[in-house]
Design a protein. Structure first.
Length: 339
């Protein structure tokens, strides 16, 4: 994987060692081919990024939420095409049946809550909000952006509602369900949904943006979201390496939870949406590519897989200028795999 390795080495060379940075991993057939940690997890204390540093994954968290939901579907707790209104009173005012499937693949028509937060004059990123507040907001929405199932429109509200659905069906919060069903069985003890923004979290990474007013300086992000479902997961690279080994193993099993997450849903024009259930799937150079990204308040994450090659690539960053370049990755992977 020399081209992909060279990309990460070039990225490292472009960033100062004493600024925020990134962690990267290339894994193939369960073996680590390349691992790199560059920069600081906390500029104030001069703490370096390591394999144990716990990054915020932002929307990368959605694949874990979706996995918990599909696990309950497989247990018979609810059907994929069942209307969620009997369990979620927050959506009844829309007067339309909205299914579990439509929440999972963002075809419910429910608007994104960030559009509403942006309308609040005087709002600052450090202003606190959580699932309870967002559920009240959703309950006050009056109109859908499109009839359920008719169009794909990414909305974080879908996964806020799925988090509540898990709690209703499982009898415990999503964080506990994910820990019990996904993380602990794999030994991922440094991974979990952040349910208490004021709790002390060992190895928590801080996030930054480039300061436009001072050359070579940074500003700390003070984002204070405490949402679970649409985001919320903190994880270390060590733990995500365990997740990727299990993900690739499950992909080889057609009856697995991973394969259930990749089920296609034909759209109105009979074309399937690339967004499946907490994951996206595309074709590149004749191979399936499965991925999801995440980005919020300085954190950037991308987990990408080429299942045919048993390949997983991860980049986690704590500065918003260090966005993973998916197009460059795909070109490098195609060259390395001999496309």
């Amino acid at each position: 994987m020399k081209n992909l390795v060279q990309h990460f080495l070039s990225l490292q060379a472009s960033l100062p060692a004493q600024g925020p940075g990134f962690s990267a991993l290339i894994q193939r057939d369960g073996q680590t081919l390349f691992e790199l940690h560059h920069g600081l997890a906390c500029l104030e204390l001069g703490v370096s990024l390591t394999a144990q540093s716990r990054y915020y994954l932002a929307s990368e968290s959605k694949q874990f939420t979706a996995a918990c939901v599909l696990d309950l579907v497989r247990q018979g707790a609810i059907g994929l095409d069942d209307d969620v209104a009997p369990h979620l009173p927050e959506v009844r005012q829309f007067g339309a049946a909205i299914s579990v499937r439509q929440l999972l693949n963002h075809t419910s028509g429910i608007p994104d809550y960030f559009d509403y937060l942006a309308c609040q004059l005087g709002r600052h990123d450090s202003d606190y909000f959580d699932n309870a507040l967002l559920l009240r907001l959703i309950a006050r929405m009056q109109d859908l952006t499109a009839p359920p199932g008719s169009a794909h429109a990414y909305s974080n509200c879908n996964y806020i509602l799925l988090a509540k659905l898990v709690e209703v069906l499982a009898g415990q919060p999503l964080a506990a369900q994910a820990r019990e069903r996904l993380f602990v069985p794999l030994g991922m003890h440094a991974t979990g949904f952040d349910v208490d923004r004021q709790a002390v979290m060992p190895q928590r990474v801080r996030s930054y943006s480039v300061d436009p007013a001072q050359a070579g300086a940074y500003r700390q992000h003070l984002g204070n979201a405490n949402t679970v479902g649409d985001g919320g997961v903190y994880a270390s690279l060590d733990d995500l390496a365990l997740w990727e080994r299990e993900w690739q193993r499950q992909y080889r099993d057609p009856s697995s939870l991973v394969r259930a997450q990749l089920a296609q849903t034909p759209g109105a024009d009979s074309q399937s949406w690339t967004y499946r259930f907490g994951l996206e799937q595309i074709e590149h150079a004749g191979r399936a590519v499965v991925f999801h990204g995440g980005g919020l308040w300085g954190f950037r994450a991308l987990l990408l897989r080429v299942p045919e090659a048993g390949l997983s690539v991860i980049q986690l960053a704590n500065v918003d200028s260090c966005e993973a370049d998916e197009a460059v990755w795909l070109a490098a992977i195609a060259a390395d795999l001999g496309a």
